[in-house]
Ligand binder design. Structure first.
Ligand code: G3P
Length: 233
């Protein structure tokens, strides 16, 4: 499963991209507002840091303006995926941009029927929001299971299931078990995946036991070269 990060915080993006675990980025108007950044300055910066798909969402809701916005956003970089809402006008924009070779991420998907429409409109990604469904007492992960099953019936469908509105590691694990193509997660959810108390406990014991041996893998010369390299970075 590909890992996208769901944030417009460029510092977080740089930090997490350095782990080598980030395959793409998704943003939305709420995340941009939260970041305080100027959207048209931010998106090119993100596209430079992460070579994979970077979702940039249109702001309008009518066909003509969304299409003009989408075309402008698509020109920013080759790895832009224009994000459009799952509305009749949004899917019309999706079809137009997809036919022109632009990646499109169709967002705000809450039903399998909507996901079928997005695939028919040529979306590169469909974004079902699992957390928001869970929040209202529905089963977000069941929607992922349904969409994955439906898309699998039609090998011609190239739309990737991008699990969005992820709240934590369990959503990521469940989405991976279902074979979803992508999970987009807030930085905290990605960081939480690293954590296990037995990992911390085990590492503390390994470090302590290694010290008892009095040995070092790197010799003094190698250690000082490494120190210099670190301070230069
Ligand atoms: O970017 C779309 C989606 O991931 C938003 O998630 O947490 O606002 O429901 P959330």
């Amino acid at each position: 499963m590909k890992f996208f990060i769901d944030t417009a915080d460029i510092t977080e993006i740089r930090d997490l991209a350095a782990t080598g675990l980030v395959d793409g980025v998704t943003t939305n108007p709420s995340l941009v507002a939260k970041s305080g950044a100027r959207f048209l300055d931010l998106i090119p910066q993100i596209c430079e840091v992460v070579p994979g798909p970077v979702s940039a969402e249109v702001a309008a809701t009518d066909f003509e303006t969304m299409l003009a916005e989408g075309r402008k956003l698509a020109k920013i970089a080759k790895n832009i995926a224009v994000k459009v809402p799952l509305t009749p006008a949004g899917l019309k924009v999706c079809r137009t941009l997809a036919d022109a070779g632009t990646m499109v991420n169709v967002t705000l998907c809450f039903s399998a029927g909507q996901a079928i429409l997005a695939a028919k409109a040529g979306a590169s990604f469909i974004s079902p929001f699992v957390g928001r469904l869970d929040d209202i007492g529905e089963n977000g992960m069941q929607l992922i299971a349904d969409i994955v099953e439906i898309y699998r019936q039609y090998p011609a469908i190239k739309t990737e299931v991008l699990v969005a509105s992820i709240r934590g590691p369990q959503h990521v694990i469940q989405a991976a078990k279902l074979g979803a193509h992508v999970g987009t997660m807030p930085p905290a959810a990605l960081r939480a995946l690293f954590n296990h108390p037995l990992t911390d406990k085990g590492l503390t014991a390994f470090v302590a036991d290694w010290q008892k041996t009095g040995q070092s893998i790197l010799d003094e010369h190698e250690l000082s070269a490494l120190k210099q390299q670190k301070s230069a970075a």
